[in-house]
Write a protein that binds this ligand. Structure first.
Ligand code: 13P
Length: 252
């Protein structure tokens, strides 16, 4: 089955209690405009997940988390588990974001363990991959994204129902730079081929593959039109409801 598109917002380390007003504005926009042909997800910082879930209850936006620990509970100061995230009724957890790979030295093996922890709780994992500028310049993009990251980060029993792939070139994140449509399509095609090879035709073709990195209302429609792009993972432009809704417009 063709993947259902997803437009997901990653608020990163942004947002305080009063930022719930942006979620309310987004819900108003979703209520009042044509329903998009995609799912909508917002991943605020952990401090806001609970209150966002309450506000979004029954509405057209799901709430997710940005990371989790591999264990269910225990002596891991400062961490939160997928079980805790499920307990507050979030639906998705981002794992392996390049900022966590860089800031916290997360390896693809750890990312796979996190994705498995997400699956054990019955939640969906958004598994992120992406090359640095140096890796792209060296011609290593496909090797890094597919071999070093994707194939090592995905659990053996991943399914389209519980796993979404997000391709986010590190050099495009927060920079205003984006790859050409051809470059996006090339990487997404390689990701799709690897998924089909690993999981077979039917399952491999069912995974949604998101593009992330400087997605804005002005470029979303074009980026989302590339082959094998099934949605977006949006950072900065997801912080303002009007901008995020402008990206969701690509699916109206
Ligand atoms: P920007 O949209 O701010 O470039 O961030 C992309 C990203 O990292 C989303 O996870």
């Amino acid at each position: 089955m063709a993947p259902r598109a997803l437009v997901a917002g990653n608020w990163k380390m942004n947002g305080v209690k009063s930022s719930v007003s942006e979620l309310k504005s987004l819900i108003d926009l979703l209520d009042n405009e044509a329903a998009p042909n995609c799912d909508v997800l917002l991943c605020p910082p952990a401090t806001l997940i609970g209150s966002f879930v309450e506000v979004a209850n029954g509405k057209a936006v799901n709430i997710g988390a940005q990371d989790c620990h591999v264990n269910v509970s225990g002596a891991h100061t400062g961490d939160i588990s997928a079980a805790m995230i499920r307990d507050i009724e979030a639906t998705h957890i981002i794992v392996g974001h390049s900022e966590r790979r860089a800031d916290h030295f997360e390896t693809s093996e750890l990312v796979r363990n996190k994705a498995e922890a997400v699956h054990k709780q019955g939640l969906a994992a958004i598994v992120c991959v992406g090359e640095t500028e140096a890796q792209r310049k060296a011609g290593d993009t496909i090797k890094v994204v597919v071999e070093d990251q994707l194939l090592k980060s995905l659990p053996e029993n991943a399914l389209p129902e519980n796993t979404i792939v997000a391709y986010e070139p590190v050099w495009a994140i927060g920079t205003g730079l984006t790859p050409t449509i051809e470059d996006v399509a090339e990487v997404h095609k390689s990701i799709r081929s690897a998924l089909v090879e690993r999981f077979g035709n039917e399952v491999g073709n069912g995974f949604a593959i998101l593009y992330g990195g400087s997605v804005k209302p002005g470029n979303a429609k074009e980026l989302m039109s590339a082959d094998n792009v099934n949605g977006a993972l949006v950072g900065g432009a997801s912080l303002k409801a009007v901008d995020f809704n402008g990206i969701i417009d690509a699916y109206r």
